[in-house]
Ligand binder design. Structure first.
Ligand code: FMN
Length: 697
């Protein structure tokens, strides 16, 4: 390394018959691409290997058709025909000298089998425990079922080996799969040799690990992933119990990969947990085993990583989200390029890809999921094209990213910001409760821009159309952001609502600018459904307002189910004394009163309200765009070829949309927009089976 303090992170570590070249370990993570987009997925993993992760794992891979987790899109290893898609991923990982891991998964009573329509099974007769309350029950496995399942696992292990994997996981974590269900008394009340005592509940894990090792242990490493705690007290798996279990088979696997359960506790957002929050749970595992241990905790700080290894807590730094935000994290640490690290902001937009069955996305790393689809690389951009220079108006996430990538391509860029700092909405939002990590979106880009001599930044620069014409840059990018509406229009009311004159009505934009509601009683009307409504309610409660939160949905911030935060948000709101009124529509605002109505019956409720905060939708700051459009005939003389609005200035959305929009503009300038088949991206086409007599089938 360029800085010997971090040498320890680059020591090779033995995992069974394999050697990892350093301590950076990309733990399994899904990506919404899976069996539908195997080539895109292969390239994404390949870029991680290129970026220095010594171990790069797959997501959970369904190993038998009798347990699918439709609608989630993961990889499959149901029969030999799935091997080529997996080999493609392995090849990409091997190309860069990393080890490829696969996590074989059988969701059992966690999946309703919507695709295969087989009856799900698990240790007990119980409803399937998915996130969706499917009206389907799993049946209790008998001893023959258990024997069958072991055979299926073994067949998948052999296939995984043929696909070329170096590490083949036995997956017993997260309350998602059958092995966890057997371990936990929450699901396992069996009275046979697979239930009851610790020895019995761990029996299946032991058998499967032994069989896997016997089959391929001479050439593949066999990690076990297990959850140390479900955070349910003694009602679920808890640390002391799991430590006893680990003790019973301490040296059987080649590596222990330890996490929290459920998944929402393991992958908590920055709003609800700090970097390293799992450390107390991982601590002490290493003393139970002679085998290496990997632990996770949204680790982006190199010093923190060194201390974890030095303190003997882990052998490997496990990471999912930090490797998504920066696939080149290990190489950057090795090269001492700390300013270049794109730190995960912990927003879990990556997780939303999985929950919405769409290719993974990342706020910090817009190239995530686009490595093959668009040919984007997180560290490399193509040199500039013919355009001479670009004016970017607005230094929020879209403008910053556009200026940054255009600058890296070699364009002369002028970045004009109306305010006095870089970051736009992320700077304002980072001041809201729990969102401080979001300023990392601005931090990374500020550092990068400082290194680019061809990017000039102007602050306090409120450009008018005449200024833009005078400036005479051939390309103009308008990234002027958006403001929250104050008229009540949003998802539910698509038109403005009646608001009495003199009523105190505020928007999140105004609150972020420091305006506070008059009086004490405030109604927050959330028709946006992402984080903002809940955060504003929380802020007001902290400032001792009495807050009533109205939503037409069944729960607060309902879209945050996709970032696995909904439960935590509602809990926090309730604990802060916020009154949550579900299925309530704000109909009109009178003086001192917000009139709500039940979504179903229309029955009205009057809420005392000294002020109402409308969290509904935003409007683009488009005045400059409109003014420029109005003088389009003057562009040519001024030397302007094109004016493009991007990000919130075009159509308000998430911060991830904004950084993506900035990168997309910058990547595509002077490029052919439609490289393949008239689409601006590649896609995997399912080949029709070559059945001669298909008409008869
Ligand atoms: N863990 C698994 O064992 N299997 C998975 O398929 C899986 N999918 C995940 C998908 C996403 C998008 C993320 C963010 C995490 C996933 N996880 C999965 C959990 C991670 O492996 C990891 O334990 C967790 O995110 C905490 O690590 P981090 O803080 O470095 O992200």
């Amino acid at each position: 390394t360029n800085d010997s303090r971090y040498d320890i992170l680059f020591e090779p570590v033995q995992i069974g018959p394999k050697t990892a070249r350093n301590r950076f370990y990309q733990v399994p993570h899904c990506n919404g691409m899976g069996y539908r987009d195997p080539t895109a997925l292969a390239h994404m993993r390949g870029v991680k290997a290129e970026g220095g992760w010594a171990v790069v794992c797959s997501e959970q891979v369904e190993f038998h058709y009798s347990s699918d987790i439709t609608p989630f899109i993961e990889l499959r290893l149901w029969d030999d025909r799935d091997i080529p898609a997996l080999s493609r991923m392995v090849d990409k990982i091997h190309q860069h000298g990393s080890l490829a891991g696969i996590e074989l998964a059988y969701n059992g009573m966690n999946g309703p089998n919507l695709y295969s329509r087989e009856v799900p099974m698990g240790p007990a007769h119980l409803p399937v425990a998915t996130f969706t309350y499917d009206p389907v029950q799993a049946r209790r496995m008998d001893l023959q079922d258990i024997r069958n399942l072991r055979q299926w696992h073994l067949a998948a292990v052999r296939r995984a080996r043929r696909a070329g994997f170096d590490l083949i996981y036995v997956y017993a974590a997260h309350s998602l799969g059958f092995l966890h269900h057997f371990l936990s008394r929450r699901f396992n009340e069996r009275t046979d040799e697979y239930g009851g005592s610790l020895e019995n509940r761990i029996r299946l894990l032991r058998e499967i690990t032994e069989e896997t090792k016997d089959a391929v242990g001479d050439v593949c490493a066999i990690p076990v992933r297990i959850s140390v705690d479900e955070l349910l007290g003694e009602g679920g798996l808890y640390k002391e119990e799991v430590e006893d279990m680990i003790g019973l088979i301490a040296d059987l696997p080649d590596l222990w990969d330890v996490t929290l359960a459920g998944w929402e506790n393991d992958s908590r957002t920055s709003r609800f947990s700090e970097e390293g929050a799992q450390e107390p749970f991982i601590s002490g595992i290493k003393r139970l085993t002679s085998k290496p241990v990997v632990g996770v905790g949204r680790y982006t700080s190199p010093d923190r990583m060194v201390s974890l290894v030095k303190k003997g807590i882990v052998d490997f730094i496990g990471a999912a989200r930090p490797s998504i935000a920066d696939p080149f994290l290990p190489n950057k640490i090795r090269e001492g390029r700390f300013d270049d690290i794109r730190e995960c902001i912990g927003c879990n937009i990556c997780v939303s890809g999985d929950f919405t069955q769409s290719p993974i996305r990342c706020t910090q790393n817009p190239s995530m999921g686009e490595e093959w689809r668009k040919g984007w690389h997180p560290e490399r951009v193509q040199p500039k094209g013919k355009t001479r220079s670009v004016l970017v108006v607005g230094a929020g996430p879209a403008g910053l990213e556009a200026a940054h990538v255009l600058g890296k391509r070699g364009y002369d860029v002028t970045l004009a910001e109306a305010g006095t700092q870089l970051g736009g909405r992320v700077i304002a939002e980072a001041k809201l409760p729990g969102l401080s990590a979001w300023s990392r979106v601005a931090d990374y880009r500020r550092m990068q821009l400082q290194k680019l001599k061809n990017v000039e930044i102007f602050f306090d620069s409120r450009l008018q159309a005449a200024d833009v014409l005078e400036f005479g840059c051939p390309r103009v990018v308008l990234a002027t952001g958006a403001r929250w509406r104050t008229d009540g229009a949003g998802h539910f009311h698509t038109r403005s609502i009646p608001i009495a004159q003199g009523a105190c009505v505020l928007s999140p934009s105004e609150i972020m600018e420091g305006r506070m509601p008059a009086g004490r009683e405030v109604v927050v009307w959330d028709d946006d459904h992402y984080y903002m409504g809940g955060v504003i309610a929380e802020l007001l409660a902290e400032k001792n307002y009495e807050v009533a939160y109205l939503t037409p949905a069944s729960e607060a911030s309902t879209w945050t189910r996709n970032t696995m935060e909904q439960h935590f948000i509602q809990k926090r709101m309730l604990e802060k004394g916020i009154a949550i009124h579900s299925f309530q529509v704000l109909e009109k605002i009178e003086l001192g009163v917000a009139v709500g109505a039940c979504v179903f019956t229309g029955r009205q409720t009057r809420f005392m309200a000294d002020a109402v905060v409308l969290v509904t939708a935003r409007l683009p700051n488009e005045q400059l765009a409109l003014d420029l459009l109005a003088c389009r005939e003057a562009w040519a003389d001024a030397g302007i070829e094109d004016v493009t609005a991007i990000g919130d200035a075009l159509a308000p959305a998430t911060i991830a949309h904004a950084t993506y929009a900035g990168q997309r503009y910058a990547r595509m300038l002077d490029e052919d927009l439609m490289p393949e088949g008239g689409l601006p991206f590649r896609r995997e086409i399912t080949e029709l089976l070559p059945m001669i007599d298909w008409k008869k089938t």
